[in-house]
Design a protein around this ligand. Structure first.
Ligand code: NDP
Length: 290
């Protein structure tokens, strides 16, 4: 990360941002790297987005990198000057690099972050049967990357409460990606979770402790991985029920961590060493551990 004669600012835009762990994670990294930089939360109302990006382009603006979260991951496509190929395919940006001449380059690190965590969990996707709950922003990144990688699964079934949303997602993605392994289903039961090797929850069901589980307990089995993108609470009812049936489970903290590492690597244009990565992991793990 180049030294500047003023403090460089990085941050996250989204709404709401109250529970974001990204400031903790990136400020821990800056401290370990010994750079004069700070990572801030920028909660933005929809009406303020255009003005924010206008200022971001100004020469004197001290912001050199951003993360983007709900509900702006697709909105920002119109504000960036260039898209990395993967972000273009996915149609969503969660990381923006601001170059020295203040060009904005959009990346997607959610998708490779998710894959990196699956690799850490030693889950090999080749020929696997995948079931996805949800069709929002995070499902877009996950569905796209699963169809793009050479080691793509055998099949992907996807269910969303609002069926028009999943139809829109498929219609948009299939203009750029081969979705021949994907099938949309009308009911959770049709996800065939009993036969799946991997179930991914990309919905926000489970964020609140009192949220019910979208899946019937009898569907879980020991030969599968149940992955919930939610990391706070660290164990949703979905994960708890799956675990009780002897299923391997994971929450989404690893995905958050890997996307953060990849974002910082884009901003700094370097590979982070293990020491810095450990500090990033500790910062978010400490905050969410029970
Ligand atoms: P979106 O708002 O884009 O999508 C929300 C999804 O949840 C939609 O599919 C929506 O369905 C579904 N949903 C909401 N309420 C219900 C309900 N009562 N019953 C059934 N389905 C419901 O959010 P994101 O995709 O961006 O994020 C989803 C979750 O993933 C969040 O909890 C977020 O914290 C987590 N996440 C974690 C990441 C990580 O790094 N670990 C990264 C990104 C997200 P419908 O269309 O019918 O409304």
């Amino acid at each position: 990360m180049s030294m500047k004669d003023y403090q460089a600012i990085y941050g996250i835009i989204g709404n709401p941002l109250g529970h974001s762990l990204s400031p903790l994670m990136h400020n821990a990294a800056f401290k370990e790297l010994g750079v004069d930089a700070v990572y801030k939360a920028f909660p933005l109302e929809a009406d303020d987005v255009q003005d924010f990006f206008k200022k971001l382009k100004e020469k004197a603006c001290p912001i050199f990198g951003l993360n983007v979260t709900v509900p702006y991951k697709e909105v920002v496509l119109e504000y960036v000057d260039a898209l990395a190929p993967l972000a273009e395919k996915i149609g969503a940006v969660n990381t923006i690099v601001v170059t020295q001449d203040r060009r904005l380059i959009g990346y997607n690190t959610d998708a490779p972050g998710f894959l990196a965590h699956l690799t850490e969990l030693q889950f090999n996707l080749t020929d696997k049967r995948v079931a996805i709950l949800g069709a929002g922003g995070s499902a877009r990144a996950i569905l796209a990357i699963l169809c793009l990688i050479p080691e793509r699964p055998q099949s992907i079934r996807i269910y969303n409460r609002t069926s028009s949303r999943v139809d829109q997602l498929i219609a948009d993605l299939q203009s750029r990606i081969d979705l021949s392994i994907v099938e949309t289903v009308e009911h959770v039961e049709d996800l065939n979770i009993e036969l799946a090797d991997l179930l991914i929850n990309t919905t926000s069901m489970g964020l609140k402790e009192e949220d019910p589980c979208l899946v019937e307990e009898s569907f879980f089995h020991p030969d599968m991985l149940v992955y919930d993108l939610i990391y706070n609470p660290p164990e949703t009812l979905l994960l708890k029920m799956a675990k009780e049936r002897g299923t391997q489970t994971s929450n989404g903290l690893g995905m958050l961590y890997y996307q953060g590492v990849l974002s910082l690597q884009h901003w700094a244009n370097l590979q982070l060493d293990d020491r810095v990565k450990e500090k990033m992991w500790e910062a978010i793990h400490k905050r969410t551990a029970k």
